[in-house]
Design a protein around this ligand. Structure first.
Ligand SMILES: Cc1cc2nc3c(=O)[nH]c(=O)nc-3n(C[C@H](O)[C@H](O)[C@H](O)COP(=O)(O)OP(=O)(O)OC[C@H]3O[C@@H](n4cnc5c(N)ncnc54)[C@H](O)[C@@H]3O)c2cc1C
Length: 594
């Protein structure tokens, strides 16, 4: 069924609660609309298919509504939440987490830009609290009514008249196997990228005859059944680190094997506040840009001060900023207590023994956990849209396939950076919907290809990209560049003149997403307040016990003697200095007279 946009559906949209942007749009195009409403209507993108209802999908639905578009979100599972919904059993084709997962990025960094997380939620939320926050977001902006659960998208194809309409046929399959094809004016793909476990078994000779049990971290739920076992965890990504630590609490011993090593950062930063609130700031970015080697060195020095990465067998070849660090507060503890032992890459398996590349052998291994990452795939998309540039997908600014003659398909959330996914996905969705509507334009295909190729070269130079880690962006610069396209980049020099308190927060404080709601399309009146109160929300969850002030006690006689003697000594010292200074001035005065 083709989608024809009529004037009555236009009226329907203008009655939507977020009409202000749409009114602005109408005003902008008023002359065109008055002379040729038909032309206007046929140019407008109206119905948008959003695939997936995780963080990226929810924020994409909201971006559509904010722009007066009509989203229909297809979610293959029975609930929203994506990765953050703990599944009873691992569900093939979906992301899966273990029971103990807490977020690496703190809540203010991982916030949606116009929906600060409740103050009482902990800073590094448990996965159930992330899901709770997502549900609150979905309720607040009435997103649920746009989601069709238990409906998987099986194919997305251009319509026959795509060249003129830019439309897509989206084929879905419901839980009971019913297939349906609908036409949409645009599509946003939000299906995540931790879905297909990567098990490089061919790199591990002898695994086929290994006498123990082995599985991918995707299957891991908790340490049940691993009591007293000898376990090898292969891979030191965030999952590998978490799983090794958790199993080490019950196992006889855990061996954590890593080819590359990793920089380990704690969630708990200086003074106990979340470390990423200190690390993700414009001031830090400025220093990193101005003195990259120095910044890198200082950071590594600081990390080694907590514990020497070389001594602990963790030191990687790459510099700190080249790859996402391992966020783990417990690993050094488990290593120092001998519960986790660091090992190099596995060379081969032999019966129940594991041989490492340094020649060392661990015998009687019961279980091997392959925390070896994920492959991405978009099986429902046309093959041409899955072309690669280096390891990454060929997407302009990681969102738009440049080869499309009509920019009506966008990928949202397929991105990583030193920050959190919510602000990245949200900004991508805001940009995509503006492009769909024609309020933001893309450069020519040639320019986009040139830019993305240049971008890929820079990315490969700066970051340790691989098949499994295909994308990494500079967090704040990437957000700023998309914000520029949307017209919401904060003007800090101007704010320094007009609102210095706010400007200082933007410069020296954490780069929280509210700053992209201060101005421009989608401006939110609460953004300034959200920035100025963010530290309150950070401190609130710690206030669970009133800490008594130390009682003021009368000074003992001994105390009084110590204080008086101290004061006398200080006076002597100052007088002496003063006398010396005066003598020196007198000397120089007399010299000048000679
Ligand atoms: C252990 C772990 C910890 C992490 N911690 C953090 C963190 O602290 N901070 C952070 O920012 N990021 C973290 N991440 C990254 C994480 O991927 C993102 O936070 C986020 O979940 C990505 O959301 P998404 O919506 O893009 O994808 P997902 O959450 O994977 O959601 C995709 C949705 O699409 C649906 N879907 C898939 N295919 C189809 C189809 N064909 N049809 C219909 N529906 C479909 C799925 O069912 C799913 O609901 C972590 C990842 C892992 C694995």
């Amino acid at each position: 069924m083709g989608v024809k946009v009529t004037q009555s559906s236009l009226k329907c949209i203008t009655s939507h609660n977020k009409t202000h942007t749409f009114h602005l749009f109408l005003l902008q195009f008023q002359p065109l609309y008055q002379t040729s409403p038909q032309l206007f209507v046929s140019r407008m993108v109206m119905k948008v298919a959003v695939i997936g209802a995780g963080i990226s999908g929810l924020t994409s639905i909201k971006a559509c509504l904010d722009e007066g578009l009509e989203p229909t979100c297809f979610e293959s599972s029975h609930d929203i939440g994506g990765l953050w919904r703990l599944k009873e059993k691992p569900e093939p084709g979906r992301t899966n987490i273990y029971q103990s997962v807490v977020i690496n990025s703190s809540k203010e960094i991982m916030a949606f830009s116009d929906f600060p997380p409740p103050a009482e939620l902990p800073n590094n939320m448990h996965h159930s609290e992330v899901l709770q926050y997502m549900r609150l977001y979905a309720q607040a902006f009435k997103l649920l009514q746009h989601i069709q659960l238990q409906t998987a998208v099986v194919s997305v194809r251009q319509t026959l008249d795509y060249a003129s309409t830019g439309q897509w046929e989206v084929e879905t399959e419901s839980k009971d196997g019913q297939r349906e094809t609908r036409v949409f004016d645009a599509v946003i793909v939000c299906t995540g990228h931790f879905t297909h476990p990567h098990m490089p078994l061919k790199d591990f000779p002898g695994i086929e005859s290994f006498e123990g049990r082995y599985f991918h971290s995707w299957h891991y739920r908790n340490s049940e059944g691993l009591q007293g076992k000898r376990v090898v965890v292969v891979g030191i990504g965030n999952s590998g680190g978490d799983i090794a630590v958790e199993i080490s609490r019950v196992a006889e011993k855990v061996y954590l094997s890593s080819r590359s090593g990793a920089w380990v950062v704690s969630r708990v930063g200086q003074g106990g506040i979340p470390a990423d609130l200190i690390g993700t700031s414009r001031m830090n970015l400025f220093m990193e840009r101005l003195l990259p080697s120095w910044s890198n060195m200082m950071l590594e020095k600081k990390l080694n001060k907590a514990f020497d990465h070389k001594l602990y067998g963790l030191k990687p070849k790459h510099g700190f900023f080249a790859q996402m660090p391992l966020v783990n507060d417990d690993l050094p503890n488990r290593i120092i207590s001998g519960r986790v032992q660091m090992k190099p890459n596995v060379k081969e398996f032999c019966g129940s023994s594991v041989v490492f590349v340094d020649g060392s052998v661990i015998d009687k291994v019961d279980v091997v956990v392959f925390a070896t990452g994920y492959n991405y795939s978009f099986p429902f998309l046309p093959a041409a849209l899955q072309a690669k540039c280096g390891y990454r997908l060929r997407l302009y600014k990681h969102v738009f396939p440049p080869a499309l003659t009509k920019p009506t398909l966008a990928v949202v959330g397929f991105i990583r950076g030193f920050g959190a996914v919510n602000p990245l996905a949200e900004m991508q969705a805001r940009w995509a919907t503006r492009v769909f509507k024609g309020l933001a334009t893309l450069p020519s295909e040639e320019t986009m290809i040139k830019e993305l190729e240049k971008d890929t070269v820079i990315m490969h130079q700066r970051f340790a990209c691989t098949e499994l880690n295909p994308i990494q962006v500079d967090y704040i610069p990437y957000l700023d560049s998309l914000a520029e396209e949307v017209g919401v980049r904060p003007n800090i020099p101007w704010l320094l003149l007009t609102d210095p308190r706010l400007a200082l927060q933007l410069l020296t404080g954490p780069c929280t997403p509210y700053q992209y709601r201060l101005t421009g399309p989608g401006k939110w009146a609460g953004a300034r307040e959200a920035i100025l109160t963010q530290w309150e929300r950070v401190l609130q969850p710690f206030r669970t016990r009133v800490v008594p002030e130390p009682e003021s006690r009368p000074l003992s006689r001994r105390g009084i003697i110590v204080m008086v003697s101290g004061a006398a000594l200080l006076c002597c010292f100052c007088y002496n200095k003063h006398l010396q200074g005066s003598l020196l001035s007198l000397q120089s005065f007399f010299r000048s007279l000679q």
